[in-house]
Every structure is written in structure tokens, then in C-alpha cells.
Design a protein around this ligand. Structure first.
Ligand code: MD3
Ligand code: FE
Length: 218
């Protein structure tokens, strides 16, 4: 018997599919079997559109480093938040969405009850230890009938999932490598954030957490 198999917290005693709220479902380890393909895609995208720390409209440098792939990418600067077909840093279109990304996002959306999801934007977020994402809503996409699919890779994090108002009490959802969440229906506009990521080392990502969010933005 190998002791680690019993000591790891992300074990098989947790259900594979866990409803979090109406329209929101956690698909535990859903992306495990394609993790290396996803991370190869991340490396390929970042070689063309490097990670960068965006500035908020209020003038604060975001601690999460970001990039995008797909037809549209999320950007922020002093003028505001928006989706743009071009990387403002290079002036070129964002890199194409790798097939492994799209296939995973479509399969996860289907598993979460959203048949026919066709994402046109994938935001890549990189968290180094200490990085957090404060409570916010995602409402730059223009229409909210499609879910957001999020994929966690590398170091674990605790996700804060609140309600429709900033002051609503947030539930804490631990997310591990390979976990996928489909956020749709009434949960689509809920406030959410990420607590500071703890120091650690992951076999595939080293000292960071990578999150992919797939959206229909256009
Ligand atoms: C719940 N990213 O990029 S993904 C973001 O881990 C963002 O990088 C986080 O929030 C991250 O905007 C969380 C999970 C997520 C994404 C969108 C949501 C949860 C959501 C929209 C509504 C409710
Ligand atoms: Fe968000």
C-alpha cells in the first residue's frame, strides 16, 4: 500500500460531479486526462502572446498575469475592460484557440448541461504564490445565455463563489489540478474571486496555478 494514495486530499471519496448552485457544476478532474495537451497549448499560445500584468481602469496593476487565445481576448487598461480581436501589445490577432482547448471546453459544457457551446475567447490567467483575484462579476461578454467554463491547472487554489450582490456570503470551493467548473444559468453573473495562492510545486506547472476560462464573448 502506498501511503500517499490515502493522504492526498483530492481523492476518490469526493464525488466526480458536484453541483455548486443552480447552473453551476464542478467536474472534478475532468481535464486530468488532457492536462499535458492543455499545457502544451498554453506554452504555444504564450510564445506568441506573452503573459502580461494588465492595468485596471482605476490604475492598479493586476497581480494575475494574463493572455488570451481565440477570436477575442479580454483586455483592461485605463480606458476600461473590453474584448478585442487584437493583442494590444503586438497589434496582431490573438493566437488561434488550440483544438485541445476547444474540445475540452465543449465536452465540459455538454457535461454541465450546455450542449452546443462554441467559445470564441479563452483567457489564460497565471497565479504565482500570493496572487489573488478580488471579488468581481464577469459582465463584459454582452450576453449571458452561455456559460463560462473554467479549467484549473497546477497549484491548487480556493475559489470564492458568492451571489448576485457583492455583499452576499461567498462559499469557498477548493480547486485542484484538472478540475473544471461550468458556470451558467443563474450563477453566470454571481460575484467570484480567488484567495491568495499558496507556495508549492506542481509536477507539470512548477510554482504556479494556471486557469483557463472559455467564453462566448462575441
Ligand atoms: C463564477 N478567473 O478570469 S475562474 C476570471 O481562477 C476569473 O482565474 C478565476 O474569475 C480564476 O474572470 C475564476 C471561475 C469563474 C469564472 C467565471 C465565473 C467563476 C465564475 C462567472 C460567474 C460565476
Ligand atoms: Fe471572473
Amino acid at each position: 500500500m502506498t501511503p500517499d494514495l490515502f493522504d492526498t486530499p483530492d481523492d476518490d471519496s469526493l464525488p466526480a460531479t458536484q453541483p455548486l448552485a443552480p447552473g453551476a457544476v464542478l467536474l472534478r478532474r475532468f481535464a486530468r486526462s488532457c492536462d499535458e495537451a492543455l499545457l502544451a497549448g498554453v506554452a504555444q499560445v504564450l510564445a506568441q502572446a506573452p503573459l502580461r500584468h494588465l492595468v485596471t481602469p482605476g490604475g492598479f496593476r493586476m497581480s494575475v498575469a494574463m493572455s488570451n487565445c481565440g477570436a477575442l481576448g479580454w483586455v483592461s487598461d485605463l480606458a476600461g475592460y473590453r474584448y478585442d480581436a487584437k493583442d494590444p501589445q503586438s497589434g496582431h490577432p490573438w493566437p488561434a484557440m488550440p483544438a485541445a482547448f476547444r474540445d475540452l471546453a465543449v465536452a465540459a459544457a455538454r457535461a454541465g448541461g450546455f450542449e452546443g457551446f462554441s467559445p470564441d475567447a479563452c483567457l489564460i490567467n497565471r497565479y504565482e504564490p500570493g496572487t489573488r483575484l478580488s471579488l468581481h462579476q464577469d459582465r463584459d461578454e454582452g450576453h449571458y445565455d452561455w456559460p463560462i467554463v473554467s479549467v484549473s491547472l497546477g497549484l491548487p487554489a480556493v475559489f470564492l463563489f458568492g451571489g448576485p450582490k457583492r455583499s452576499d456570503k461567498a462559499q469557498r470551493v477548493p480547486l485542484a489540478h484538472g478540475d473544471v467548473v461550468v458556470w451558467g444559468g443563474p450563477s453566470r453573473l454571481h460575484y467570484h474571486g480567488v484567495l491568495p495562492v499558496k507556495e508549492g510545486v506542481h509536477a507539470l506547472t512548477g510554482g504556479c496555478r494556471i486557469n483557463l476560462t472559455f467564453r462566448k464573448a462575441g
